[in-house]
Design a protein around this ligand. Sequence first.
Ligand code: PEP
Length: 251
Amino acid sequence: MRKPIVAGNWKMNKTVADALALVNGMKAELSAIEGVDVVLCPPFTALAAVGQAIAGTRVDLGAQNMHAEKSGAYTGEVAADMIRELGCHYVILGHSERRQYFKETDELVNKKARAALAAGLRPIVCVGELLAQREAGQTEKVVETQVRGSLAGLGPKDLLATVLAYEPVWAIGTGKTATPAQAQEVHAFIRKVLQSLADESVAQSVRIQYGGSVKASNAKELFHQPDIDGGLIGGASLEARSFIDIVKGAL
Ligand code: PEP
């Protein structure tokens, strides 16, 4: 039985003061929800403050990115041990915005995933097709390439510590959501790819989130598809009530 996991990706939003106001407005209610893993992913600058605010609650902390190297001359970058030190247990990797604006490739996502796992972090690895790729009938090919490339060389233990997020790029921040049936189809396909990378037991155990314009009104139906294990939430995670209601949709 997979435990659903809902993560809020705050992207480049919230000063420390704003982040504290948001987390303090939802941590008690979030922490009372049993049966769903909840992860908040504020920007780097707010990780320490949010980490302190959720200490002792059931809510967990994640970063939105990290560098693949352990340390060194990489101005402006942050390493796995640094975010781990701030209390992160998760890190989002290969988000479509990183792939699009920062030219991250599957190879780089794979390097980062290995570095994250080596540091004791659980990567949330994002995959998903562009609208043109869906319209050209390439969704499975694109997603399979991303899953295989991003998870290359990971053994069963590392795969089990990894969370995948299927995020069709055309649904991110657009208000257009994949239908539950469209999302389920791709999630079931990703599980088949996982089976070929490892075995049936690993494929059935890895959690796969859906992301792309999830709101309180559509969360429950999406999260109750057989192969969808919660969600990665952007815009709707920036407001306490909507995020709490989305998390409850995974119950
Ligand atoms: C995301 O950025 O991962 C995301 C799914 O964003 P939104 O919920 O705003 O579509």
